[in-house]
Each structure stands twice: as structure tokens, then as C-alpha cells.
Write a protein that binds this ligand. Structure first.
Ligand SMILES: Cc1cc2nc3c(=O)[nH]c(=O)nc-3n(C[C@H](O)[C@H](O)[C@H](O)COP(=O)(O)OP(=O)(O)OC[C@H]3O[C@@H](n4cnc5c(N)ncnc54)[C@H](O)[C@@H]3O)c2cc1C
Length: 72
């Protein structure tokens, strides 16, 4: 069973960084690892910051995958 947590879905990197500076906040990319560890009681974040919707990160990933100059 999952504990209660606040779920945030920022649209920008700045917003995500601000949210992630809060105590107990954890980034979630796909959730494969994080959700499993929350379910098993290994982690209990107060806030989950879902970074999937951040366009800047998608652009960086596209640049890296295409062999461009982007940094992750
Ligand atoms: C059933 C299962 C099978 C797996 N099989 C494999 C496998 O075969 N090979 C393999 O290599 N791995 C495997 N893994 C591990 C998993 O793929 C990795 O842990 C991967 O990082 C999960 O990606 P995610 O995007 O879902 O991460 P999430 O679950 O979203 O996050 C994982 C951790 O990274 C943190 N995090 C996420 N994004 C950021 C960020 N931008 N900055 C800082 N911290 C961040 C989260 O807070 C969390 O603590 C498996 C995991 C599970 C549960």
C-alpha cells in the first residue's frame, strides 16, 4: 500500500528544481524503481516530482541520442 504523498508535475526545469529542494521531495522519471521502493516501504517521499513532462529535458535527451552537443 502506498503512503500519501504530494504529486507535482512541473512543466519547466526551474519549477522542478525548486520543488526538488523541498525536504522529502523525490524526482520520478519513469517510476519503475521509485514506485516499487515506496510500495516496499524502502522510501517514503513527501512529494513526488514527476519530471516526464519537462520539454527542456526531452530536448536534451533527443540531442544526446542523435549524437549532438546536449548535456544531461
Ligand atoms: C522490476 C525491475 C526490473 C529492473 N530491471 C532492470 C534491468 O534489467 N536493467 C537495469 O539496468 N535496470 C533495471 N531496473 C532498474 C531500473 O530500470 C532503474 O532503476 C532505472 O533508473 C529506473 O528508471 P525510472 O526512470 O523508472 O526511475 P524512477 O523510478 O523514476 O527513479 C529512480 C530513482 O532515481 C531518482 N531520480 C529519477 N530521476 C532523477 C533525476 N533526474 N535526478 C536525480 N534523481 C532522479 C528517483 O528519485 C529514484 O530514487 C529494474 C527495476 C525494477 C523495479
Amino acid at each position: 500500500m502506498l503512503n500519501y504523498f504530494d504529486y507535482q508535475h512541473p512543466a519547466t526545469l526551474d519549477e522542478a528544481v525548486k520543488l526538488l529542494t523541498q525536504p522529502g521531495a523525490k524526482a520520478m522519471a519513469g517510476g519503475t524503481d521509485l514506485i516499487v521502493s515506496i510500495r516496499s516501504g524502502m522510501q517514503a517521499p513527501g512529494t513526488i516530482v514527476d519530471i516526464k513532462g519537462i520539454k527542456e529535458l526531452k530536448r536534451m535527451l533527443r540531442e544526446v541520442l542523435s549524437g549532438g552537443e546536449g548535456e544531461v
